[in-house]
Design a protein around this ligand. Structure first.
Ligand code: IPD
Ligand code: CA
Ligand code: CA
Length: 267
């Protein structure tokens, strides 16, 4: 672990806590305006405000770093991830639908990558007052407590989370997959925040999670899960141009003992 890494982690935690406070204030002051991206994908004025805040802080403190951010720079140059320039991957609000409906399962997600390596991840859930983080090789934590996966070994007893895309035309194969899993596990959850699903696998509250997501949904949480002892992989072949390390297509994360069995069922 280099000095830079610990400094970057403290910076990320600090802005994630401030971003979380912005979400809480916006809800308290009834200051949330809803809009739609591409006609069907909900986005609120708070998503945009938090995105601007985080990106502004990164540009001010680390002008030489790159940013891949859901709301303001979702199409950055992919090659930057493979270079030595640090790349921040930001989801200002993960769980926007929950946020807009007054639910608590909402988080800000901040990941950092250098040369195809996951360096750090911070996922702050302000309404739940839980801040998760991990630094490569140093373990995963929630509010300072060390995390480890559940150790679940039997699929029949496993609690498995998933999610659904905004695009309804893609639903059929996803429902079929959920049906297959549901027949074999204890139960399925759809909590509405991919970043938190990954952190909950890390915390042992879920035994597995699978979904096709975007880089900003998984960039931070996947390292938190990995550092807590989860196995990370894919149940679909990669078709997008995203580098492997931030490719959320067919993402599957579980306790080590459940991974192969789940892969056979889902794949
Ligand atoms: C969504 C959430 C949700 C997942 C969707 C994501 P957003 O992110 O993570 O749990 O099922 O695939 O798009 O839109 O709230 O940032
Ligand atoms: Ca998201
Ligand atoms: Ca988002």
């Amino acid at each position: 672990m280099s000095n830079n890494h610990t400094e970057w982690l403290e910076f990320a935690k600090n802005i994630a806590l401030k971003a979380g406070a912005m979400m809480v204030d916006a809800r308290k002051n009834s200051n949330v305006v809803r809009d739609y991206k591409m006609d069907h994908e909900l986005v609120t004025s708070t998503d945009i405000a938090v995105d601007q805040f985080i990106c502004g802080q990164i540009r001010e403190h680390y002008p030489e770093h790159s940013i891949l951010s859901e709301e303001s720079s979702p199409h950055m140059d992919l090659n930057a991830i493979a270079e030595e320039v640090p790349v921040w991957v930001i989801d200002p609000i993960d769980g926007t639908v929950n946020f807009a409906h007054g639910h608590h399962h909402v988080a800000v997600s901040i990941g950092l990558y250098v040369g195809n390596e996951r360096i750090l991840g911070v996922v702050n859930a302000p309404f739940l007052e839980e801040c998760f983080w991990a630094l490569k090789g140093s373990g995963a934590f929630c509010n300072g407590q060390s995390l480890s996966v559940s150790g679940g070994q039997q699929l029949r007893k496993a609690l498995v989370a998933t999610g659904f895309p905004y695009q309804k035309t893609a639903l059929l194969p996803i429902i079929e997959r959920v049906s297959r899993i549901l027949h074999h596990c204890q139960d399925v959850r759809r909590n509405g925040s991919a970043a938190l699903d990954l952190c909950w696998v890390a915390a042992g509250r879920l035994d597995a999670y699978f979904e096709s997501v975007k880089p900003w949904d998984m960039a931070a949480g996947v390292l938190i899960a990995e550092e807590a002892g989860a196995t990370v992989g894919h149940y679909l072949p990669a078709t997008s141009a995203w580098p492997e390390v931030v490719n959320g297509e067919g993402l599957m994360v579980s306790t080590p003992d459940l991974f192969e069995e789940l892969l056979i069922l889902i794949g």
